[in-house]
Design a protein around this ligand. Structure first.
Ligand code: ATP
Ligand code: MG
Length: 216
């Protein structure tokens, strides 16, 4: 079982949006997947309620119960209940964010192509470095083509690994959130779906190179 945490204290960068669509893409690729949410905003939980029982399962977990929940679903076992657990975290620095980073095999840091977003990744990155975690930036809500994307990508490259796939700003992401779907379910042949599938493949390949984090 591998753990993927979506983290950055910058609000609105796309943690929840990417979390649910990546979880669905992973499930469609044949993996057993669940989402744990430690954000009181409950974005993923509300999304899940629209799915009327369709997997992936979404659980809202208080930060101080995260370790126990992970142990229960078999963290550190190759044959745990799930192949991948996605953790969605709040857009503020909180104990939950630290707990999610500590449990993660890979931290994904969504970042919009703006100087403010680039600046805002630094505290999150400091925690990730302190805990010696693997991470990747994901450029999200990018315009289809812009010098800003190139500039931000170059800024992020200096700070560390950046996913090879950018997620362009597209209505499908907003519509999918509102209908309780992943973008690959809402519009399977759309560009947003293609990008999310490519991003999932990139993450999946990267995760195959990483050792599993053991339960606390
Ligand atoms: N690639 C995208 N294209 C279009 N809209 C997007 C995209 N990614 C995110 N959004 C929109 O941006 C807004 C913020 O996204 P989201 O809620 O996923 O961010 P977040 O990082 O989880 O925020 P918070 O820190 O408040 O939890 C939402 O309205 C969402 O629909
Ligand atoms: Mg969110």
């Amino acid at each position: 079982m591998k753990v993927i945490a979506l983290v950055t204290q910058k609000g609105g960068s796309g943690k929840s949006t990417l979390c649910v669509s990546l979880a669905v893409a992973a499930q469609q690729a044949g993996y057993r997947v669940c989402i744990l949410e430690i954000d009181r905003q409950a974005t993923a939980t509300q999304w899940s309620q629209l799915r009327k029982g369709e997997p992936p399962e979404v659980g809202q977990v208080p930060a101080d119960k995260l370790d126990a929940t992970m142990a229960r679903v078999g963290m550190g076992n190759d044959d745990g209940t799930y192949d991948f657990v996605f953790i969605d975290t709040p857009g503020i620095d909180s104990p939950g964010t630290g707990a999610a980073i500590r449990l993660a095999d890979l931290c994904l840091i969504p970042c919009r192509p703006t100087p403010a977003d680039l600046q805002a990744v630094r505290p999150t990155l400091a925690t990730i470095h302190r805990l010696e975690k693997d991470f990747a930036f994901v450029l999200n809500q990018t315009p289809p083509k812009s010098y800003r994307v190139r500039d931000t990508a170059e800024g992020l490259k200096v700070l560390g690994m950046i996913a090879e796939v950018n997620i362009v700003m597209r209505n499908d992401h907003q519509d999918a959130m509102g209908t309780g779907q992943g973008v690959t379910e809402l519009n399977p042949t759309g560009a947003a779906a293609a990008e999310v599938r490519q991003l999932w493949d990139w993450i999946d390949n990267r995760m195959k190179e990483l050792p599993s984090v053991k339960a606390a």
